[in-house]
Ligand binder design. Structure first.
Ligand code: AMP
Ligand code: GLY
Length: 425
């Protein structure tokens, strides 16, 4: 069997390792992949994640049986549409459904229309109107660029002046490019955050084990936002009772709303939730697996990932087993010191065999058989264990067995979750 994975980060590495678990003999291609993924798949560095026509050509030439489009950009650009049109079944939403992530204005309007709980908001394309509205808002207030901005298009303004400046810099200075032509101004919510990834075939929705990301670069949640410095699963704030509320008020209504709008969503729909004093609310939708959430969620999946993915394409998810282990998982991201601002790269990476088995590589190239750092987030190390404290301990022990110059990681991944668990006792 020939499989194709589009993308080249830690998430894609985790997907490939999960596919391998039940399909050890499959031929897996990664476009472009990376130096670390090359240990588990045939990587083609010359075909980028956004190179859709080259991807289709490659898939046809290599008789790909099933393709998985993992990152947001190719999904928004219609990679699934193009592959499907060429006769290659694939995992992921088409461009019409991917808009749930690529336009915050779309997703906010969808939630308003279908009564799905989210922060109150207004959408603006004119600076004066946005500024006039801000005069009526309570502070802090949240300003978001409408389009994709690599997770950085969100500013939580602590003063009215800061909020006005944020809107101005997005609309006039275009700090997020065209993503800032339209801005969303929304109410500031409080409460623990939970990530829930789900499989859906457009009719049935099956949530995966919940997780918690750690977005700030520094221990204790300080410093700038990053792509994610580590994750744990399951998220102890996400109780069975809350899960049921989310299913009834958020997950099912979202899947039904997308179908109703003529944009049935197939693939992985990621719900970024905040558990507010007024109940769970949607902070954001992503039209794809989260990174680094995937690095803790998929290692806990017991069922055959490929079979589930194919069921989302074929509309047979209701009849397909999706089973997760009761264990816990912790992923610690090892980054280049200085990330997300400036950092050095090109340092050799070495690691023990035990660490290599649980490593998902994000930013590394292979040169003459040696792995070298090439990105801000270099790799993630995931441990699974019967309890969360054991998973955290084990992940940090494995992280010690990975070596490269300027290695940096947070020292408190999972700490908040442990405190929540203590609180429950
Ligand atoms: P987003 O890119 O929409 O996920 O936002 C990034 C981060 O900003 C989220 O993970 C939250 O921590 C924070 N955030 C976004 N929207 C709000 C909001 N309405 N209230 C409070 N925090 C928010
Ligand atoms: N970890 C958040 C994301 O993938 O967008």
């Amino acid at each position: 069997m020939n499989l194709l994975v589009i993308g080249g980060g830690g998430r894609e590495h985790a997907i490939i390792k999960a596919l391998r678990k039940h399909h050890p003999d499959a031929q897996i291609y990664a476009l472009p992949g990376n130096g670390g993924i090359a240990a588990d798949a045939v990587c083609v560095p010359s075909i980028g994640a956004k190179d859709i026509s080259a991807q289709v050509e490659f898939a046809l030439a290599h008789q790909v049986d099933y393709a998985i489009v993992a990152p947001d950009d190719p999904l928004a650009l219609g990679a699934v549409d193009a592959l499907t049109a060429a006769g290659i079944p694939c995992f992921g939403p088409d461009a019409k459904a991917a808009v749930i992530e690529s336009s915050k204005a779309f997703s906010k309007d969808l939630m308003k229309k279908y009564n799905i709980p989210t922060a109150r908001y207004e959408t603006f394309t004119e600076l004066e109107k946005a500024h006039a509205y801000l005069d009526t808002c309570s502070i802090p207030v949240v300003v978001k660029a409408d389009g994709l901005a690599l997770g950085k298009g969100v500013i939580i303004a602590q003063t009215l002046e800061e909020a006005k400046e944020a809107v101005r810099s997005m609309m006039e200075d275009k700090i997020f490019g065209d993503s800032g032509n339209c801005v969303v101004i929304e109410e500031f919510l409080t409460g623990p955050e939970v990530s829930v990834l789900s499989f859906t075939d457009g009719k049935t929705v099956v949530p995966m084990v919940s997780s918690m990301d750690h977005k700030r670069v520094g221990s204790g949640d300080v410093g700038p936002n990053t792509g994610g410095m580590g994750t744990i699963a399951p998220n102890p704030y996400y109780t069975d009772e809350i899960a049921q509320i989310c299913m009834d008020t958020i997950f099912r209504p979202t899947i039904d709303a997308m179908a109703q709008e003529g944009r049935p969503f197939r693939g992985c729909l990621y719900f970024g939730l905040m558990l507010t004093p007024d109940g769970p609310k949607v902070i954001e939708y992503n039209c794809r697996f989260g990174d680094p959430e995937t690095q803790v969620v998929l290692p806990l999946l017991k069922s055959d990932l490929l079979q589930i993915m194919q069921a989302t394409t074929n509309g047979t998810l209701a009849e397909t087993p999706v089973e997760f282990s009761d264990d816990s998982a912790c992923c610690v991201v090892l980054a280049s010191n200085g990330y997300p601002l400036s950092y050095e790269k090109g340092y050799p990476i070495t690691m023990s065999e035990a660490a290599a088995a649980c490593t998902y590589v994000a930013g590394a190239v292979s040169k003459d058989g040696q792995l070298l750092t090439s990105g801000g987030r270099v790799l993630g190390v995931t441990a699974t264990a019967a309890t969360l404290p054991d998973a955290i301990r084990e992940a940090y022990a494995l992280a010690e067995q990975v070596h490269f110059d300027n290695k940096y990681c947070r020292d408190d991944i999972g700490k908040k979750a442990l405190a929540a668990l203590e609180g429950k006792k």
